[in-house]
Design a protein. Structure first.
Length: 222
C-alpha cells in the first residue's frame, strides 16, 4: 500500500500576542490513555506577536513500532524501529544487549485496523508507535506505552486525529504528555479527511482574548 502524505501549514500575521502551538495525537480509541500509554508533543511551533510566522508539519501514513528511549518524560530517541502495516505483527527481542524487531508479517490474529507487537524481551520495556515522514528516516514517535510486560501483546489502532492547542504549560517537542491538556484547543482534525496540502491561519481576538484558526484557500483565509 502506498503511504498517504498530508502537509499542514500554519501561518500568523501580526497575531498580537506571542503563542506556542502544541500539536499532538491525544484522541485515540485505545483504553489506558494517561495510565498505560501517553501521547507525545509531536511538535511545538512558536508564533510571534508581530510580523508573519509560518510552520509546517508533514504526516505520512506509514506506521512504525519503536523501542522508545525515555529520559525525564522526554522521548530522547528510538534504539530501533520497524515499519509495519495494518494487519501485521512483529516481535521485539533482546539479545546481547541489543533490541530487535522481527520482520512484520500478516497475522490473522491481529484485531481489525490494528498493528501488533509482542514483547519477548526478558524485561518490561517502553514501546512506541509513530509514523515515518520520509522513507529511510527515523519514525516520529507519537504514542508510548510504558512498562510493557514480557509476553504482552500490544495491539494498536492508530487514528491520525491531530489536535492543536495554545500551549500554556509549556511543553517541549517530544515531551510525553502525562495528563489531559487543559489549555485552549484550536482544532481537532482527522488528517485522512484533508487535502494533500492544507493551510490554516491562526488569529487572536484581543477583545475576547480568544484564539481561532481558519483555512486559507487560494491565498485568502475563509
Amino acid at each position: 500500500m502506498i503511504p498517504v502524505v498530508k502537509k499542514l501549514s500554519f501561518v500568523s500575521r501580526d497575531l498580537g500576542i506571542d503563542a506556542d502551538l502544541l500539536l499532538t495525537f491525544d484522541d485515540q480509541p485505545i483504553a489506558g490513555l494517561y495510565k498505560t500509554y501517553y501521547p507525545s508533543a509531536v511538535a511545538v511551533k512558536k508564533f510571534g506577536a508581530n510580523g508573519t510566522y509560518r510552520a509546517d508539519i508533514i504526516y505520512r501514513s506509514q506506521l512504525a513500532f519503536t523501542k522508545a528511549v525515555i529520559s525525564h518524560d522526554v522521548i530522547r530517541s528510538a534504539s530501533t524501529e520497524v515499519p509495519i502495516d495494518v494487519g501485521q505483527s512483529t516481535i521485539i527481542t533482546l539479545e546481547d544487549e541489543v533490541y530487535r524487531f522481527s520482520d512484520p508479517k500478516t497475522d490473522s490474529t491481529v484485531p481489525k485496523k490494528n498493528i501488533q507487537c509482542t514483547n519477548n524481551a526478558p524485561f518490561k520495556g517502553d514501546i512506541g508507535v509513530g509514523f515515518i515522514v520520509k522513507q529511510g528516516d527515523a519514525p516520529k514517535t507519537t504514542l508510548v506505552w510504558r512498562g510493557v510486560e514480557h509476553g504482552q501483546k500490544l495491539n494498536v489502532e492508530f487514528i491520525p486525529r491531530l489536535r492543536g492547542y495554545i500551549d500554556t504549560c509549556p511543553h517541549r517537542e517530544d515531551d510525553l504528555i502525562k495528563d489531559p491538556i487543559m489549555s485552549e484547543r484550536l482544532f481537532d482534525e482527522d488528517l485522512t479527511t484533508l487535502e494533500g496540502h492544507t493551510t490554516w491561519v491562526i488569529k487572536y481576538d484581543k477583545t475576547t482574548q480568544v484564539f481561532s484558526v481558519d483555512e486559507e484557500i487560494g491565498g485568502q483565509d475563509l
